[in-house]
Design a protein around this ligand. Structure first.
Ligand SMILES: Cc1ncc(COP(=O)(O)O)c(C=O)c1O
Length: 410
């Protein structure tokens, strides 16, 4: 691993910063110091690379989506198969980096928040591997939507704590984790799962996720591709910023972030913060664009995917959107579902619902571009975790019958 940026930012244009209660300043200062040292330490980098290789299963492949490309007749479509990483998504890259950092700082306990559960599962698995105690905060609604991931977290020995406050989803889980950390930091590290939160988290998460972008760059160069665009879904923004990281300081290729368009542009029906729908604000310790009502309160959001319904966007992506380096699109719930089906039938690959938002936009982009160019989409996760949502959408009756018969069997 090598740093993609020699200077860490804290602020990205007007966004970012560290707006926290006094009690959290010390742990954040210490974390920033340790992170900067670790990034310069070849020993830390070796540890990260070894776990990435043996435990995570890196490098993940770059797959030519040959049948879909033929069907579209436009640019060549490639899929970065990040969902093949251990525990099923990109989240493990950051979990490994932060857990190694925690161990280096002498911490014995890890806390995390999770939405779709992928970050929770990744953190729980890494904690099992490194012998760290693990507690994961998860909104009650997400617990219901992503039950299989709750099971896996517990299987890895983590304690999953249901969050019953607010909208009972990801943002409430972040609040609960911050509350825990405020009194537990001497022995506890808080592993934030996306490129957001008070500094140094956005810098840290980008660096640990940039392994995805660096690998992709090597793979497209080795294949001699003319890449016109890189496409990634954006919840908090960790897979997108890691995927884009090696290309941020140059004008090309196009970098396209795809937000959850839900079922419409009205408040409460989507989770898109860019394109004029978000408002600048300070929430959960950092300044960025958030979905807020006229009183400045965080609005409810909706997405078919539990990992894309966070009401804020990571500060670096908000800034890159303002400067125009990253363009943003939206995919509706139905477009994401359609993309899952199309890639499954054409390529034998099942995208996670989050990643399928990127998949939907990549299908559109490929159709707009000529055949000598390539579009690469980051399949940030695989769809196994979404079985309970997708099976119900595909054939509700058959799925209900199956679930009832399983219930009878118990
Ligand atoms: C597979 C997958 N992709 C994407 C996301 C969105 O997070 P981020 O924007 O930080 O990559 C999640 C979040 O849970 C996820 O599970």
């Amino acid at each position: 691993m090598q740093a993609t940026h020699s200077v860490y930012h804290n602020y990205f244009g007007q966004f970012g910063g560290r707006y926290v209660a006094e009690v959290l300043r010390t742990p954040l200062d210490l974390l920033e110091e340790e992170f900067a040292e670790a990034m310069e330490d070849p020993g830390f980098q070796r540890e990260f690379d070894t776990i990435a290789d043996q435990f995570v299963g890196r490098p993940t492949p770059l797959l030519y989506a040959e049948n879909t490309t033929r069907e579209i007749g436009g640019a060549q479509l490639y899929i970065k198969m990040e969902g093949l990483a251990h525990t099923g998504a990109h989240k493990i890259n950051n979990a490994v980096g932060q857990a190694l950092l925690a161990r280096r700082m002498g911490k014995t306990r890890i806390i995390a928040e999770t939405g779709a559960g992928q970050h929770g599962v990744a953190t729980a698995a890494v904690c099992a591997k490194l012998g760290l105690e693990c507690r994961v905060y998860m909104g009650e609604i997400d617990i219901r939507r992503q039950k299989p991931n709750v099971f896996w977290m517990q299987m890895y020995g983590a304690e999953v704590v249901p969050v019953t406050s607010g909208s009972r989803t990801l943002k409430d889980a972040v609040n609960e984790a911050l509350r825990d950390w405020a009194h537990s930091f001497p022995e506890t590290h808080y592993v934030i799962g996306s490129a957001l939160g008070p500094s140094p988290y956005p810098d840290m998460v980008r660096e640990f996720q940039s392994v995805v972008g660096r690998e992709t760059r090597q793979q497209v160069e080795a294949a001699g591709l003319e890449v016109a665009a890189l496409v990634a879904c954006v919840g908090g923004g960790s897979n997108a910023i890691g995927f884009f990281a090696p290309y941020l300081d140059q004008p090309e290729p196009r970098l396209v972030g795809v937000e959850a368009g839900g079922t419409g542009d009205q408040p409460g029906r989507h989770a898109a913060r860019m394109g004029g729908l978000g408002t600048p604000g300070i929430v959960q310790g950092y300044k960025s664009l958030f979905l807020l009502d006229e009183d400045g309160q965080v609005q409810p959001t909706h997405s078919i995917s539990a990992g894309l319904d966070y009401p804020g966007i990571g500060p670096q992506l908000a800034s890159l959107g303002a400067s125009g380096r990253v363009e943003f699109r939206r995919a509706r719930d139905q477009q994401a579902l359609d993309a899952v089906g199309r890639f499954a039938r054409n390529e034998g690959v099942v995208f996670a619902l989050e990643s399928a938002h990127g998949g939907a936009a990549a299908l559109q982009l490929a159709a707009e571009l000529p055949p000598h160019q390539a579009v690469v989409v980051n399949m940030s996760g695989r769809g196994d975790k979404d079985l309970f949502i997708m099976a119900g959408e595909l054939d509700r009756r058959a799925w209900r019958e199956f679930l009832l018969s399983e219930g009878d069997r118990l």
